[in-house]
Design a protein around this ligand. Structure first.
Ligand code: PMP
Length: 324
């Protein structure tokens, strides 16, 4: 799509390309939304822009106000870009162990980064974020894991973009789940137009979203970054009403696939994209083999970010050297 010049980088959020995954079955194509095309190079730019704009519109934040968010990653970068362009202050509370690359990018965008002890985990970061917000005049903690604006951002942008690009011919939506904002938002938009679309949440083996649908899965560590949960009660946006199935993908399968996507298809994507691709291809194969009935023979997925952010974790090395 060609477009004329725009006034702010914020206007370049969204409208990312949808590209066919070549290795998927001929008869049931898989299409992946390439979210690294956003200005902060991830799907989280969408919620950064949407949440800040909505908080301002609703009068919950004024110019000069502060966004305080406990986040270790892409959400901080997305919110920092929006804050930068909307004249807001941004403070991110990050447990120490998280990757310095992302913290460097947040600071470069003008945000303040506050570290909390690794042993206090995300719970400690959330608590600290609340304290910081309480100590400021005009501050809001959006809390992406519990904020309906996260889902709404995708219901208003990612969902329609996918649906329109495929002329409504979507049979299944197969998307990785972290906060589940992307999956639930896309699914809600598509289901409203085609109630029989099959909706699949992808999580790493070792994550426990599947328990929300009654499956008995073991909890374990995993290396795939950006999706999965060990604390189901914190993931308030996972909606069992819209999710038909939770599909688990192992670290090794996701790692093999992200390297295959680079080598064979020219995609520089990270581990949550590898997992999404494996999940979407499995669902497409079941549709092709007649094991799953869907209204259209096409599967939509999302590749949330790029591999460049994880090079120091040896994402392109041997599986054994790949670091969490
Ligand atoms: N992949 C990556 C790399 C992410 O940063 C995130 C966000 N946590 C996701 C996938 C999952 O997106 P969501 O939070 O919308 O479920």
């Amino acid at each position: 799509m060609t477009r004329g010049p725009v006034e702010s980088v914020l206007e370049t959020v969204g409208n990312t390309p949808l590209v066919r995954v070549e290795a998927a079955p001929e008869e049931v194509p898989v299409y992946a939304k390439l979210e690294s095309f956003n200005p902060g190079a991830s799907v989280k730019d969408r919620i950064g822009a949407y949440i800040c704009e909505q908080l301002i519109e609703r009068g919950e934040l004024e110019e000069g106000g502060t966004i305080v968010e406990p986040t270790a990653g892409n959400t901080g970068i997305g919110l920092a870009i929006a804050a930068n362009q909307l004249d807001l202050e941004a403070v991110f509370v990050v447990p120490e162990r998280f990757s310095v690359e992302k913290q460097t990018l947040m600071r470069a965008l003008g945000a303040e980064v506050v570290n909390t002890p690794t042993e206090d985990a995300m719970g400690g970061a959330i608590e600290r974020a609340r304290e910081i917000a309480d100590g400021r005049e005009d501050a809001v903690v959006p809390q992406q894991f519990a904020n309906p604006l996260n889902v709404e951002a995708h219901e208003r942008t990612t969902g329609p973009e996918i649906y329109d690009a495929l002329d409504g011919e979507v049979g299944a939506v197969v998307v990785g789940c972290g906060t589940c904002g992307t999956l639930v938002g896309v699914a809600r938009y598509v289901l409203e137009r085609e109630p029989d679309v099959h909706v699949v949440a992808v999580e790493p083996e070792g994550s426990v979203f599947a328990r929300a649908l009654g499956a008995d899965v073991d909890e374990d560590e995993y290396t795939i970054e950006g999706i999965g949960t060990h604390e189901l009660e914190r993931n308030e946006l996972f909606d069992p009403e819209v999710v038909d199935e939770v599909l688990q993908v192992g670290d090794r399968a996701a790692h093999d696939e992200l390297q295959r996507l680079a080598r064979e298809e020219g995609h520089l994507v990270a581990s949550s994209s590898g997992a999404a691709s494996v999940g979407a291809r499995r669902v497409a194969e079941r549709i092709r083999d007649g094991d799953l009935d869907v209204p259209h023979d096409a599967v939509a997925t999302v590749f949330p970010d790029s591999s460049e952010r994880y090079l120091s974790k040896h994402i392109y090395g041997d599986f054994e050297d790949w670091q969490p």
